[in-house]
Design a protein around this ligand. Sequence first.
Ligand SMILES: [Zn+2]
Ligand SMILES: [Zn+2]
Length: 249
Amino acid sequence: MKLTVIGYWGAYPEKNEATSCYLLQDENTNILLDCGSGAVAQLQNYIELAEIDAVIITHYHHDHIADLGVLTYSRIVDMNLGKTDRPLHIFAHDKDAEAFQQLSKKPFAEAFAYHAEKNGMPFTIGSLQFTFHPTNHPVPCFAVKAHSQDGSIIAYTGDTAYDESLIPFLKNVDLLITESSFYEGQDAKPFGHMNSKESGILGYKSNVKYLLLSHLPHFGNHQQLITESCKYYSGKISHARGGMVWTSE
Ligand SMILES: [Zn+2]
Ligand SMILES: [Zn+2]
């Protein structure tokens, strides 16, 4: 399994960068986790847009879906040019029925719902199996976990306040992409987010092998997020940067 950070900012992208978007690749499967603002421009540094099989959306906030519409337009162009004959598959929750309805643009893009009620029921995209778990955020949002046939597991919190119900879901994963939207001492909970201390504790209690802090703030020094998380978590840790790559061993 290979994961490339395409965008990692919370709220809006800094100059020439993007908000939440991660390219997950395994064998011949190419999947996006979220598709935030600026993602489509950044993605083309790493992959042809026509080669993307599916997009998984954690929730409908703009910093996670802003470029999904234009990614769908690229598929319309690419299918008309004969670059691919495969529609873009979009996996999202349908707790917001109106937003979900707008995702499908048949025959170019087709949306599929995943449901909280089916938490324990993995579904498959290409060579990967996925499961979901609801997070603690002002709108319905789901953490995502991907299992590869090589045995490696990665998880992504999406957006969430610190919530111990996530720990069994995240337990022992090889890579956890966790949001870390604030610094230690700042109260992130009213915004449905976590600070660096909470991200560190989540990584520690979940016993994850690698903790990647992402959904980063537009203030302070990101290195400080690492220093603060490391007081509570002693495994491997980084903060996200555009183009950063993680691969399973
Ligand atoms: Zn967000
Ligand atoms: Zn959000």
